[in-house]
Ligand binder design. Structure first.
Ligand SMILES: *Cc1c(COP(=O)(O)O)cnc(C)c1O
Length: 414
């Protein structure tokens, strides 16, 4: 992770000391490295360049407009899961013709908005959704570009909350029902069959589940072609993992090479929906130690970031490395790093050996993905500021929320 490194015992984002960012913008604060974002995008595009492809960045991983705009300027498409994310993409000047719309619960108004915007494709996840899409498109007088999200029933070997391609998951349609649904789609007047899609889970650290699911997709593709249903793109979803601790995920080039080997000579355009692997390592959460507390059972460092700012540890037991912003020679102790929220699940890290004093700054590493985008206002906590560093330049890309904003839509009873 070369974009965040120590210089003179001070942790920097590119050329800017994180301590200076904390002074200027306060804590908690998400800090992103522009160079890290650009290089992740470039790694995907380099790895995929031998084939017609489109990178559809999964907006939900980090949906800040500045980040979407940066990817849009590099030619990225987007994978969205709500009408709100479509609005974000448009506000960030993303090209709607490079947008694919995933998700199991698309509302009619979200479909209309996406049709009006001329998005590239709907990744449809049920028969009910297919029928609704046909109806909505009919009302507008358009044909909806359609791809079916197949549930290939493969075990991604990841945390159960982020596995999506097992037969018991709510996502996609059963493999066995897919052919019949394509036939149905083909027969509907306002549907245009264009693609085939899957996404089996997140934070995958092995290639095999990707290859197994691609194999199933290709078998289905052959069947579709035999019955005269033409498919112009294959969307292999996202899910490539990153190293948070000691995981050894394939790198982007290995992953792409394995997929390409399986694809062989097929001529379809390849769509890919990476989220975490594009932004995960590009961000850190900067937080300050408020109190050190030595209870009989544990040493606690109570910091000013909490589970509302970074949910992953509380929700998945996820591990994030926690580094001191200023390296010191203080004696180290084992700490529970916890936030101010009134839940025992509110921890950022457990059992961390650090030499701390009150007022110290800590950086919670690799929090660019599913950090800010999953944050909430629980405990009436305004959400953190977000900052991007580009070499020695720092830009505030989201102001810290004010408390007044949090209840501005609420009213008293008369
Ligand atoms: C969340 C999601 C992604 C991105 O997953 P990552 O693990 O962040 O790469 C891609 N496609 C769909 C449909 C998703 O729901």
């Amino acid at each position: 992770m070369t974009h965040f490194s120590y210089k003179n015992k001070q942790l920097h984002a590119e050329a800017v000391a994180l301590a200076d960012i904390a002074t200027k913008f306060g804590t908690p604060c998400y800090v992103y490295s522009k160079t890290a974002l650009v290089s992740a995008f470039n790694s995907f595009s380099e790895a995929l360049k031998k084939r017609g492809h489109l990178i559809c960045y999964a907006v939900k991983a980090n949906s800040n407009l500045a980040i979407l705009n940066l990817f849009a300027r590099m030619g990225s498409g987007f994978d969205i899961v709500s009408g709100g994310e479509l609005k974000r993409v448009m506000a960030a000047r993303g090209d709607p013709r490079k947008v694919v719309f995933s998700g199991v619960g698309k509302k009619a108004e979200e479909m209309s908005a996406a049709l009006e915007a001329n998005i590239m494709c709907f990744n449809v996840e049920s028969e009910g959704e297919l029928l609704r899409l046909n109806e909505v498109a009919g009302k507008i007088g358009k044909k909806a570009p359609f791809s079916l999200r197949i549930n290939p029933d493969v075990d991604p070997k990841t945390h159960p909350y982020i596995a999506t391609g097992l037969k018991e998951n709510k996502f996609g349609v059963d493999y066995a029902d897919a052919l019949a649904l394509y036939r149905k789609a083909q027969s509907l007047p306002h549907i245009e069959v264009t693609g085939i899609d899957c996404h089996i889970g997140s934070q995958l650290t092995e290639i095999a589940p990707f290859i197994d699911s691609l194999e199933r997709i290709l078998a289905l593709l052959d069947k579709l072609e035999k019955v005269g249903i033409a498919i112009s793109h294959i969307d292999i979803g996202g899910g490539l993992g990153i190293r948070y601790r000691d995981e050894t995920p394939p790198n982007i080039a290995e992953y792409a090479a394995a997929l390409f080997a399986k694809l062989g000579k097929r001529r379809q355009k390849i769509l890919i929906e990476p989220g975490r692997a594009m932004v995960g390592h590009a961000g850190v959460l900067l937080t300050r130690v408020e109190y050190l507390k030595h209870n009989r059972g544990n040493n606690f460092a109570i910091v000013d970031a909490a589970m509302n700012d970074l949910q992953r540890p509380a929700l998945y037991g996820a591990y994030h490395e926690i580094l001191p912003v200023s390296q010191s020679s203080r004696p180290r102790r084992t700490y529970e790093i916890a936030g101010p929220v009134c839940e025992s699940a509110d921890f950022i890290g457990r059992g961390r050996k650090l030499g701390l004093a009150e007022g110290d700054l800590l950086a919670v590493m690799s929090t660019g993905a599913y950090g800010m985008s999953m944050s909430s206002n629980y405990n009436t906590r305004p959400r953190a500021a977000e900052v991007i560093v580009d070499d020695d330049k720092t830009t505030l890309i989201r102001r810290r929320e004010t408390t007044d904003q949090l209840f501005s839509g609420e009213t008293l009873l008369s």
